[in-house]
Design a protein around this ligand. Structure first.
Ligand code: SER
Length: 870
């Protein structure tokens, strides 16, 4: 079976068992403060497990792209070194939400593996949870008995909490699990050592392929396991491992999932795969990492300097570094893998194919800039290594952090020079940084306190800005030390931040008259949480929830304008324009798009004209809720990459032929409400991404008025010329010719002064000495004069004083021969003399200056100068 057939067979199998097939969620996670990237197939169903959303389909199956490169599940350092871990992998999963449980999950898994995929029963082992007394959990006897119906009992192994109790993160849904392992060793090895002994022992040929989790609990912050409202099944099968088992390979990289990429890399590098461990690892790293990097970018996460963006940048740099060092790619190469990958995933995860050019471009730019950094880093290493006998941990960390050197490569560079790296020191520095970034982003959340029934929340904010409501539950959160509370309300008109639109603010007025300000509203998974600075004195009463109406209206204007802008940009710039991020607040809208060059003035004007025309047409909003997703797509709606859409979507249309978007945000009733639209800036945010900022409505009016007044004021200053631009041009010209004239005059004056002063030198103790106050208007002129005099003679000691626009200044010059022979030092002298003018200064031994506060002291300083040569 090819990998494509294996994937389809999985989905078909579960479709036959009444499962609803859903698309993969993006790998980049929004709306969940506990996770940056999708790390398991079950992430997109977290709300369903927790009972926070309605179950539409009790049975679901899919293939989900997952990234395990941060947080609780992190495999990055293994990737490429071994043959069965990946940064991005596909997880095939089937789910039951309160429907079937252990018996069916186990039976179907066995049926699929042995009857459809024809895996060898003799090579399969399963594990069950042995129980844990500290958690008060018993052995999973049920799972044991269901397995015993299919498998010999000596193939059912007991596993501890680490291996057989699955948790998504520190908190959240969890439960005992049952894993399926496959032994791929040759027969003779299997006869010598029993497979049973190698399960979960990090043997590269005895590996876990499938995990069946029986979700029964929610792990609370306090550590307590709270039973879930219903029991669920969450299974996850590593697609690349499964393909390897079915195709009978000893490495995931030998399957048809990776071979096309590896062959391409090998060919371009002119090195064969399978001949040398070091170059093999490098090829595996490249063929793996391109998947993580490409899909993260396609799902909207650009490489950057913080958080999720930094994780992606680091993966990209790890790949480039391996390519550079082991495969001798000194020029950008990594991006060339994108078209191959896009083609491979064309019908599976189409978002890469559709954005291929963009993804390639982003990676190329990153490569170019990193290769530059890399050269500097290697230079740094060479210089350092030339002077040290050990590579200090801090230095290795600097290379790692600033120059993207994976630690194994620093070790290798060191070994080549006969040096070692202080690994403990490196680890320490790494931990310090991890701790720092954890502290910077840490959100400490206490468990929910239930007030009323834990029912599903009703959002009424599309239709009204106030509603009678009750608090369902609340909890305390502290973000970077700041304490607040979050409330969940039974009914809420508050829009939670999402789709770029900021969260609503407003007030809760209790029936007792108490007012509590809502400072923000956010979504956490499916839950709408309201941020308040303090809890109401009485929580279990009825509240009137009121949204700040003016702010909401201004925000709506900007949101609808964003849709018009999006459509106009596609018209003016072309269809390659995709939304890459947006921020819609009451004051301004910010819209990022994929586009490769700076927009011209004409393009900006054309876009503004289209948007303003659509505003003047006063097009009524067409809002359609609960449209089946496919139907919306067939109607030509604009869907965004990196967004997770449900089966039913909301469609926002302004003129059927102009703008139709999937959107959860709030909008104006008709476009006329936006008033006026003006772009205020267009700039680059990353390779291939442009950012447009614009304003609308009363904000636009205020800005226009401000600019108009400014212009009026300037015009008046110029006596209201008819042709403003040429009047200003003339002014600038006049100004520069006047400046030139003044400079010439000063030069002439200095020259005349030079002649005059030359004659005033006297010889004191064999030194040509002069101290005088000169009448010159600026420091430059004094300096020119001083240097001119210095050029005239040797053996010179010169002190010039000047009153420059009311401030005293001193300049001391000592010719080089005097510096050498007599040890005179202009710097020391000027500091001493500066006391007379209440000032200070310094410079070099042959030239130094000082400024001060007291002009009347100039004469005294000049008189004192001679004392230095006596
Ligand atoms: N959630 C489990 C895992 O990730 C099974 O899907 O292994």
């Amino acid at each position: 079976m090819t990998s494509k057939e294996i994937r389809s067979a999985f989905l078909d199998f579960f479709k036959d068992k009444s499962h609803h097939i859903v698309p993969s969620a993006p790998v980049v996670i929004k709306n969940d403060p506990t996770l940056m990237f999708t790390n398991a197939g079950m992430n997109q169903f977290k709300d369903l497990f927790l009972g926070e959303a309605t179950i539409k389909y009790p049975r679901v199956a899919d293939t989900q792209r997952c990234l395990r490169v941060s947080g609780k599940h992190n495999d990055l350092e293994e990737v490429g070194i071994d043959t069965y871990h990946h940064t991005l992998f596909e997880m095939l999963g089937n789910w039951s939400f309160g429907d079937y449980f252990k018996k069916e999950a186990i039976g179907w898994a066995w049926e699929l593996l042995t009857k459809v995929y024809h895996l060898d029963k003799d090579r399969l082992y399963v594990t069950i949870f042995e129980g844990d007394t500290s958690e008060g959990l018993a052995r999973d006897a049920e799972a044991f008995s269901f397995w015993a119906a299919h498998v010999a009992e000596d193939r059912i192994l007991l596993g501890n909490k680490k291996d057989n109790f699955w948790e998504m993160g520190d908190t959240g849904p969890c439960g005992p699990c049952s894993e399926i392992h496959y032994d791929m060793r040759p027969d003779d090895e299997r006869q010598q050592v029993k497979g049973q002994d190698l399960v979960n022992a990090d043997h590269p040929q005895v590996i876990e392929i499938w995990n069946l989790v029986f979700m029964q609990f929610n792990r609370l912050k306090s550590g307590v396991l709270e039973p879930l409202p219903a029991k669920h099944v969450d299974t996850g099968m590593g697609f690349e491992r499964l393909v390897r088992a079915i195709q009978g390979k000893t490495s995931n990289y030998d399957t048809d999932v990776f071979q096309p990429l590896i062959s391409f890399i090998a060919e371009k590098a002119g090195i064969k795969y399978g001949e040398n461990e070091k170059t093999d690892i490098a090829m595996r790293v490249l063929s793996d990492h391109i998947r993580a990097v490409s899909f993260a970018i396609a799902d909207g996460q650009l490489p950057s300097n913080n958080k999720a963006g930094y994780v992606i940048r680091r993966i990209l740099r790890r790949a480039v570094r391996y390519a550079y060092t082991f495969l001798n790619f000194k020029n950008p190469f990594f991006h060339e893998l994108v078209p191959l990958l896009a083609e491979q995933f064309k019908d599976v995860f189409d978002e890469l194919y559709q954005q291929q050019d963009f993804v390639e471009k982003v990676i190329l730019e990153e490569e170019v800039s990193f290769l530059r950094t890399l050269t500097t880093g290697i230079q740094r290493f060479e210089n350092y290594a030339a002077q040290q006998s050990v590579i200090a941990g801090d230095f290795a960390f600097e290379l790692f952090d600033t120059y993207g050197f994976p630690i194994d490569l620093t070790e290798l560079l060191a070994r080549e020079k006969g040096l070692v790296v202080d690994m403990d020191g490196f680890q320490k520095a790494l931990n310090v940084q991890k701790e720092r970034s954890r502290a910077a982003t840490s959100i400490d959340t206490s468990d929910w306190v239930l007030v009323g029934e834990d029912e599903e929340v009703e959002f009424v904010g599309y239709d009204t800005l106030s509603a009678k409501t009750q608090v369902i539950k609340y909890r305390k959160v502290s973000t970077k030390g700041k304490e607040q509370y979050q409330l969940v309300l039974s009914v809420t008109p508050f829009y939670a931040e999402g789709g770029g639109q900021v969260g609503d603010t407003g007030v809760l007025v209790s029936e007792t008259g108490e007012k509590i300000a809502v400072t923000d509203t956010k979504k956490e998974n499916g839950l709408i949480v309201h941020f308040v600075d303090r809890l109401p004195t009485q929580v279990d009463v009825v509240f009137d929830a009121q949204v700040d109406a003016q702010k909401r209206l201004d925000t709506e204007s900007n949101h609808s304008a964003t849709h018009l802008l999006h459509a106009a940009l596609k018209q003016v710039l072309g269809d390659h324009v995709h939304q890459k991020g947006s921020l819609v607040s009451a004051d301004v809208l910010r819209f990022d798009i994929s586009h490769f060059s700076k927009m011209t003035q004409d393009e900006i004007k054309a876009v503004e004209d289209i948007v303003n025309e659509k505003i003047r047409e006063n097009i009524a909003l067409k809002e359609e809720r609960n449209v089946p997703f496919q139907q919306a797509i067939d109607m030509g709606v604009t869907a965004l990459f990196g967004e997770k859409y449900g089966d039913y979507v909301r469609m926002i249309t302004f003129d059927d032929t102009f703008s139709k978007e999937l959107c959860g945000g709030t909008h104006v009733r008709a476009t006329g409400q936006i008033g006026f639209f003006k772009i205020i800036s267009e700039s680059a945010v990353a390779a291939g991404v442009r950012r447009i900022e614009a304003i609308t409505g009363s904000k636009a009016a205020a800005v226009i008025r401000e600019y108009f007044e400014l212009f009026q004021n300037v015009k008046e200053l110029l006596n209201n010329p008819k042709d403003f631009v040429s009047a200003v041009g003339k002014l600038v010209e006049e100004n520069s010719s006047l400046k030139k004239e003044i400079e010439n005059q000063i030069k002439e004056r200095s020259l005349a002064m030079k002649k005059e002063l030359e004659e005033k030198f006297e010889v004191v103790n064999g030194v040509n000495f002069l101290a005088a106050v000169v009448d010159l208007p600026n420091a430059d002129a004094v300096k020119t004069l001083a240097y001119a005099l210095k050029g005239m003679m040797n053996n010179l000691f010169l002190v010039l004083g000047a009153d420059i626009e009311g401030k005293p200044s001193l300049t001391v010059v000592v010719s080089e021969d005097l510096v050498k022979e007599k040890g005179l030092n202009a710097g020391t002298i000027v500091r001493d003399l500066a006391k007379d003018i209440q000032g200070g200064g310094g410079g070099q031994p042959f030239f130094a200056t000082a400024g001060g506060k007291d002009v009347s002291g100039l004469q005294k300083a000049i008189a004192r100068a001679k004392s230095f040569v006596y």
